[in-house]
Structure formats: C-alpha cells, structure tokens
Design a protein around this ligand. Structure first.
Ligand SMILES: Cc1cc2nc3c(=O)[nH]c(=O)nc-3n(C[C@H](O)[C@H](O)[C@H](O)COP(=O)(O)O)c2cc1C
Length: 365
C-alpha cells in the first residue's frame, strides 16, 4: 500500500538511492493558493545534514511541481510533487547486502519479497517521508483556509521529559525542543549517545488547534483510530497516545472526565476527541519513536544463508530520529484532518444543501 487517505489522498513513490522521491496528491479542492515556499520550508525542517543532531547526509531536498496547479492555485486535479536525490553513497551499504541489520526492515522484506533494496534502506528509508511532508504541507495550506493549525515539538529524549511546552520556542530549537530549560540536557543526551556510537529514542508532542466539532467517521474510522494509524505508519514509531494516553488507566473517572461548562471543556484528557469525533478542543497526540536502528557498535545478527555473523554499520545516520520525526508526525496529522474535513462535507444534509444554495464557485482566483 503506497497510498494514504480517502478523499485527501496521496500516493508516494521513490526510494533512498533512486533518482527521486515524491507524491501525487488527489482530492485537493480547487482554489487553494499552493505556496511553494511554504512546502519548501516544511521540507527544510525535515531534511538531514543541518546540524550535529541529525544524519550528516547532505541533501537540498528541493521540491518541484509537475502538475495540478494553475497560476499557483490548486485545480482539483492531481498535484504531483517531486524531490530529486543528490547525495547517495551506495558503497556504504555493500557490507550489509547479505546480512540483516537489527531493528530494520531487512529481515522481513527479504522473507516476504525474496529480495531487498539494501542501498540506503531502499523504500524502508525515512527518505520516503519526503512524500508525507509534501502532502502534509498541502494539507496544512488547505486547513489554513479553515483556520486549523498544526503545531509540534519534542517533549522527551531518552528519559528526559519536558515540563514546559512552548511550541513557539520549539520552532527555533535545533531539536524542536518544547522545554527551553531542558533543551540543553536533551541535546547533550543525543551527543552523548552519538559519541558512544549508539542512538536514543524520543517522543514528539503534536497538536491541532481550532478544529471544528465533528471531524471523524465512527465507528471504524474514528478520528483517534485514524490518527494512530497515520502515526504508526511512520518509520520507527512504536506507540501513539491521545490526550491523557497511557496515564488514563491510572486516573479515576472523576479525574479523567473533562468537565463541561458554557465556556467549553475545563480539561483536555480526551485529547480533543470523543467517540471518534473532534470535540472542538485541541487535538493532542504523543508519538513515541524508538532509538535509530543503525548504530556504530558491533552487533550479532544472521546473514541471508541463516549463518550467525557480526556486523558494524557504516554510513550516515540520525543519532535520534524523534526531532525529524516530529515534522513528519505533524504532516500526517494534517493529512488526516484534511481528509476528514473533505469527508465531513458529505455527512450532513443541511451542510450539503448549504453548498448548493451558495454556489459561488466562479472567480476564485
Ligand atoms: C526521520 C527519520 C529518520 C530515520 N533515520 C534513520 C537512520 O538514519 N538510520 C536508521 O537505521 N534508521 C532510521 N530511521 C528508522 C528506520 O527507517 C526504521 O526504523 C526502519 O525502517 C524499520 O521500521 P520500523 O522501525 O517502523 O519497524 C529513521 C526514521 C525516521 C522517521
């Protein structure tokens, strides 16, 4: 499956050491100004080689539009976006072509498909997430028209957990840290594991603001279910929490229930979702990333002939995938919400009537 979404749907293509990666986004309503600078900025936040906390692979990740726009606006035809690879070093992967790297897709891909693209991890590489970030940027432009905003940052590196959550500060931080008081400690943790040729996990906190009430399609397409699905589809994600998440089982009902008053909800343990539908409060998602599989320490594994062997990774890798992963998680939340916004327009007869009553489709440019 290389497509994601129902009405706002993107299909991705490309692999780590191939010529290019990109996506075709279908279902984008006509008349949205597709700001290419914004899409590029989103890609720049994801790209490697920018600081010592990420993989040193140097890529411009310059986005090009192949189709779908007229005078800079969406036309409801497929929008094709492409990024050409520039900095492949396939030689770095020669030594692992016959062995299975631990915690990676090598073992499972080989057994399922009978072969695997070992150069840069092929399709299992996080370069695939370029497509997600491109689609997410277009989704964000669509959501902006409805004043829906997505924010994100890093709340945990290893066991160093943020106590403050400053989303504006996160934008300025090299690791997108939400807690400026703990940022240095979190950065040092990454550098410490990097120095010992190891890696570390982390957690991203993602929020959507100003969501209307009612996004989601119960019961098998609940908003929280689709968010969890979207996040779990990102490489290296091992757990997803909504609202109080794993803390909820430790609470009493009297503590967990978000009290309602005429001013709205007093707390947000539900993470902005009730019975699979957005409740108008902020949508709050935590995304847990495992430590990067590729470390520069010798480890035991087997080869394709099922013989015991040892290996040591070469190449360029992220010492912690969570900071770059947080950008991908924001993109995926945007895609899910954009999809539900489009699905919502056909779920209520009075809404449908309104569309036909106010048919003002001309002169949108
Ligand atoms: C932003 C990002 C960067 C990543 N960078 C690396 C990397 O440099 N080296 C590596 O071995 N894995 C990296 N990964 C993780 C692997 O892609 C992932 O662990 C692998 O495909 C196996 O999939 P799974 O962890 O979901 O089971 C990265 C993931 C993300 C989201």
């Amino acid at each position: 499956m290389n497509s994601f979404g129902v009405k706002f749907r993107f299909t991705s293509f490309g692999q780590s050491h191939g010529k290019a990666l990109g996506c075709i986004i279908d279902g984008v309503p006509a008349g949205i100004k597709i700001d290419l600078e914004f899409i590029q900025e989103e890609l720049n936040k994801r790209k490697p080689g920018q600081n010592e906390f990420a993989s040193p692979r140097k890529e411009d990740d310059k986005v090009e539009v192949l189709s779908g726009l007229f005078k800079g606006h969406s036309t409801n035809t497929p929008i094709a976006l492409v990024v050409f690879n520039q900095n492949q070093k396939s030689k770095d992967y020669e030594n692992i072509k016959d062995i299975f790297r631990l915690a990676h897709g090598d073992f499972t891909y080989f057994h399922k498909y009978g072969l695997r693209d070992y150069e840069g991890g092929g399709r299992t590489s996080a370069r695939e997430s370029i497509a997600r970030v491109c689609a997410g940027a277009v989704a964000k432009l669509m959501l902006k028209e409805l004043d829906i905003k997505i924010l994100g940052g890093i709340c945990q590196i290893g066991d160093i957990e943020a106590k403050e959550f400053d989303f504006s500060y996160a934008k300025t931080s090299q690791i997108f840290a939400l807690d400026k008081n703990l940022e240095e400690k979190q950065k040092n943790k990454i550098l410490e594991v990097k120095k010992s040729h190891d890696s570390i996990g982390g957690v991203a906190l993602i929020k959507a603001l100003s969501c209307p009430i009612g996004l989601g399609e119960p019961i098998y397409n609940k908003l929280d279910a689709r968010i969890a699905f979207a996040m779990m589809s990102i490489n290296g994600v091992k757990a997803v929490e909504i609202g109080a998440g794993i803390k909820a089982p430790k609470l009493k009902g009297s503590q967990n229930n978000d009290e309602l008053s005429c001013d709205g909800f007093k707390t947000n343990n539900s993470g902005g979702i009730l019975a699979g539908l957005s409740n108008g409060d902020d949508i709050i998602v935590k995304v847990h990333f495992k430590p990067t599989p590729s470390i520069f320490i010798e480890q035991n594994t087997i080869n394709t002939k099922n013989e015991n062997t040892k290996y040591k990774i070469k190449g360029r890798h992220d010492p912690c995938i969570a900071p770059r992963g947080s950008i991908i998680a924001q993109a995926m939340l945007a895609c899910v919400l954009a999809d539900f916004v489009l699905l919502n327009t056909s779920s209520n007869i009075s809404q449908i009537k309104k569309v036909y009553e106010n048919n003002e489709n001309s002169n949108i440019l």
